[in-house]
Design a protein around this ligand. Structure first.
Ligand code: FES
Length: 408
């Protein structure tokens, strides 16, 4: 495959292999989650890679040393070639992981995926209650997800249950844990909302208070202590992903830019993180034009924030820079307008007060509609002029009704 020289760096920084390949097979999704991390411009992405192109990408990445392969989306089960791709990935020697809402995982497809060699499934829930699960996704999927969880266990897959946390479901944390235990999940990932994509749009509606977080974390710790004391029977391990906005130091986003993580978007755009599409000035290469080896090792996009030479003085002089790599480039851009800034989550950042202000001011800025992810909203956000939405106040507190936001 020929390289596209204008996308390639004259002085690339040496990198290890892209251990973790994420194949975002499609941005299409039957759900409309208000915190979806997909880019809000997803409706503009229609030119999906073909089966043969995905197989080529998987083969090239495997040759570079990629070991784990996540099939994600959108909803990857919307691709009817998923079984074929899993089979090929298995043949190539990947450990394969399906990241799904559960919609489309029928008994027939589950068996085909099992036969194809799928190793692992991550199933998302929005809440432990039908009301909130279905409201936040704007679908009636709670019962379906329960059935799919049982199907996953019946096929003897290790199951991670994933639930994105925010102020509406934080009070339900113990019930969410109990649901995961009842469904025999091996792991429950309680991922506090990270504010990108649609979660950025709905940030004020989703932002909890510090007190709400502390109560939820105490419940998680109490459950962990119960599990540690247990001497027999099924154990569910709970991962509690701390929300950045309440920290004093940033997370090591992607384990460092261009360090181990390679994401391929549905249209073939190669990205060092899920949200890089929204970073201005970054010329992202496409697997249709550039080999995966050149993308990973030589592209400007993957070298821009690799290592520490790009860092501004605050990060470059910090002895924690090899621990957090300056934090998240997308968060830095969203909060400061400059992706090369120190992540403002860090208390050493000159912009840290912006993070503090977002948390502090969120409760009084909720008199705007919640925006459900949809093609129509994606177009409205990115194809101006946007007509002003009818101002429908989202419900306060945790009691949602089906009319509490602007429907897709
Ligand atoms: Fe893009 Fe963190 S999400 S660098």
């Amino acid at each position: 495959m020929a390289g596209s020289t204008d996308l390639l760096s004259a002085a690339p920084i040496p990198a290890g292999p892209p251990l973790w390949l994420l194949a975002e097979l499609t941005y299409q999704c039957p759900l409309h989650c208000v915190f979806c991390y997909n880019p809000t411009r997803h409706a503009q992405v229609t030119d999906e890679l073909t089966t043969a192109q995905w197989v080529d990408v998987m083969t090239q990445a495997r040759n570079l040393g990629a070991a784990q392969l996540g099939f994600s989306g959108g909803e990857p089960l919307l691709r009817d070639d998923l079984e074929e791709l899993v089979q090929e990935a298995h043949r190539l020697g990947y450990y394969t992981n399906l990241i799904t809402s559960g919609v489309g995982l029928t008994p027939v497809r589950a068996q085909k995926l099992k036969d194809a060699g799928l190793d692992h499934v991550q199933l998302s829930f929005q809440d432990s209650t039908r009301e909130l699960n279905d409201f936040l996704s704007h679908t009636r999927t709670f019962d379906l997800k329960q059935r799919v969880a049982k199907l996953i266990k019946a096929h003897d897959w290790p199951m991670v249950m994933n639930c994105v946390l925010h102020r509406h479901n934080l009070p339900h944390v113990r019930k969410i844990i109990d649901m995961a235990v009842a469904l025999e999940a091996e792991y429950l990932e309680l991922a506090n909302t990270q504010y990108y994509g649609w979660a950025w749009v709905n940030r004020d509606h989703l932002m909890p208070t510090r007190e709400e977080l502390a109560v939820a974390e105490a419940e998680v710790n109490a459950f962990r202590a119960e599990q540690d004391a247990k001497t027999e029977g099924h154990k569910t391990r709970v991962l509690f992903v701390v929300p950045d906005y309440f920290e004093e130091r940033p997370k090591a986003c992607m384990n460092g830019w261009g360090a181990v993580f390679l994401s391929i978007a549905p249209d073939g755009l190669a990205m060092p993180c899920h949200n890089a599409r929204d970073l201005p000035g970054l010329q992202l290469p496409n697997v249709k034009d550039v080999s995966v080896a050149d993308i990973w090792q030589r592209s400007n996009a993957f070298n821009t924030y690799r290592g520490d030479a790009w860092m501004k003085p605050t990060c470059r002089s910090c002895d924690e820079r090899h621990k957090d790599f300056g934090g998240c480039r997308c968060q830095a851009f969203l909060l400061t307008g400059d992706a090369a800034e120190t992540d403002p989550v860090c208390s050493k950042s000159a912009h840290h007060e912006k993070v503090v202000a977002v948390v502090r001011d969120a409760p009084r800025r909720r008199n705007i509609p919640i925006v459900f992810r949809s093609d129509a909203e994606s177009k409205a956000l990115h194809e101006p002029p946007r007509s002003a939405p009818a101002a429908v106040a989202a419900p306060q507190g945790g009691a949602f009704t089906a009319s509490g936001g602007r429907a897709p």
